[in-house]
Design a protein around this ligand. Sequence first.
Ligand SMILES: C[S@@+](CC[C@H](N)C(=O)[O-])C[C@H]1O[C@@H](n2cnc3c(N)ncnc32)[C@H](O)[C@@H]1O
Length: 189
Amino acid sequence: MNCEYSGKKVIVEIGPGDAPVLDSFREVTSRVAGGTAKYLAIDKYKPRDSLLRPKLFVQGAISSIPLLSDTVDELWLMNVFAVLRLKDDFDCSPVRNQSGISSQDRHYLGELARVTKLGGIINIGEYYNPDIVKWLMEIDYKDFALEKTVFTDVNLAEFLKKYQMIPERVSLFFKPPYPDTFFMTLTKV
Ligand SMILES: C[S@@+](CC[C@H](N)C(=O)[O-])C[C@H]1O[C@@H](n2cnc3c(N)ncnc32)[C@H](O)[C@@H]1O
């Protein structure tokens, strides 16, 4: 799928589920509402309630993102990697593998890097099961031509402020002091 939007920034979210960033980060919402950006959602499963489905929605998986290479300015994945680690996407236990990067993870990260434009960013956040995917913060992204900035504990507020997160819209679980929560920005260089 091509996603050229005549000069507008292309924002793509993978795995929005029932809580798309378009609803929960005011800064993203205002860019889309103001017409400077377009938002497309990709999820393996269609939200059953069509009202919860973003207007531009494509069914697809992170293992084979249905987008051409170098087309996305801003990619968002909130609480998706932890789910990819579970035996089944809907089964919250048992956890398949808690530590280290697997070849499958490498493939997922490669897909994210592939669709991102040079200078584009990938925002990854984990606040439901951050302990399962701590490795995401720890690995080196040079092989993927990505540079990481991690937001946790001390500088977490910086990320939340930049994108104007609306905590009550994000999740009932997202409450101060946000133990172990982290966000990460990967920039394609
Ligand atoms: C825990 S939910 C997170 C939903 C939302 N981002 C949030 O933070 O509340 C994980 C989401 O990832 C989606 N998902 C699971 N496996 C996926 C895959 N292989 N490719 C794309 N999306 C996937 C699920 O359908 C679900 O919407």
